[in-house]
Write a protein of this length. Structure first.
Length: 311
């Protein structure tokens, strides 16, 4: 049971941790290096030439990659962050979920750079009630440096919460959400052509008019050459599961977890995210062949999904 209210002794104790360090003089396990940059770009499908060659820079969004500890403990880990989480555990906030991160890039990282970092507990929110439960948002700020130069800042926020008790009626309602209205996709001038194709049961990929590179999702410009002209190519519908996750929580209306979401490598070479159907969620595997289908969810909504192909 969660102890205390906003403004009480618990929140006052939590606020005392603001400004205290969570990591001091941490060091990246490896220098910035070309192999990790290549792996990142391959996974992301990013072919920007700025990330290759003798003058290559690291993709800015890799900022956190250079300071992650992997399976090893963080170097320089300070006690206050663990103490703060333990205090919340004692107060009944036994669950945790990452909610968002923000990054600021001040100068590019290049192969050979050795990064160091310091993290601080930047803020603890007043008690908040969410659908997951009641708890506190904890934000840490990490400053990343090369030598004395600040190259980027990473803010990471978690919700440490006491899970909400579910009434039996709510549990029953959550068991079958298939008849509820699915969220509508965001359609704008950059992707309207894709959704027009879906309505006609065609999976259309953009093709750069200058370099011929295919791209997905639809974008106003080519990531390879920067060209703005394009036409479309219809995908054949064959592909394989490149990666996947199984969604267990949180439940949303019109979705019935657990279910598998795949990153599908299309035969044309691009990747897209969609549901993998036709097999139990726990039987989806990397490399599994899949075939495109168009599933109608209601009178207004049809979506592309991928059915597992029997081996």
């Amino acid at each position: 049971m969660l102890v205390g209210d906003d403004g009480d002794d618990l929140y006052a104790r939590l606020k005392e941790y603001e400004g205290r360090p969570s990591t001091v003089a941490g060091a990246g396990r490896d220098p910035v290096n070309a192999p990790m940059i290549r792996h990142w770009c391959e996974v992301m499908g990013d072919t920007n030439p700025a990330y290759t060659g003798p003058d290559a820079i690291a993709p800015p969004t890799m900022l956190q990659a250079w300071i992650m500890a992997g399976l090893s403990p963080h170097t320089g880990r300070a006690r206050p962050y663990e103490e703060l989480l333990a205090l919340l555990e004692e107060a009944g906030c036994t669950s945790i979920v990452a909610t968002d991160c923000e990054q600021e890039y001040l100068r590019p990282l290049r192969p050979g750079d050795e990064v160091t970092y310091d993290s601080v507990i930047e803020s603890v929110s007043p008690r908040k009630t969410t659908r997951l439960g009641t708890g506190y948002f904890v934000t840490t700020r990490t400053d990343v440096r090369v030598g004395p130069v600040l190259v980027g800042t990473h803010r990471f926020r978690v919700l440490k919460y006491a899970p909400a008790a579910r009434r039996p009626a709510e549990a029953d309602r959550d068991r079958d959400r298939s008849s509820e209205r699915r969220p509508r996709p965001v359609v704008n001038r950059d992707n309207a052509g894709f959704w027009e194709g879906v309505r006609a049961h065609r999976l259309l990929l953009q093709r750069c008019a200058d370099c011929g590179e295919l791209r997905f999702p639809w974008l106003p410009g080519c990531a390879g050459c920067g060209g703005s002209g394009w036409d479309t190519v219809e995908a054949c519908g064959e592909g394989t599961v490149f990666s996947y996750v199984v969604m267990h929580h949180p439940p949303f209306p019109a979705f019935d977890p657990p279910y598998a979401i795949g990153l599908v490598q299309l035969a044309e070479g691009v990747r897209m995210v969609s549901n993998v159907i036709g097999v139990p969620y726990d039987k989806v595997r990397i490399g599994m062949p899949v075939r495109l289908e168009f599933r109608r969810y209601d009178d207004e909504l049809t979506l592309p999904v991928f059915r597992a192909v029997a081996g």
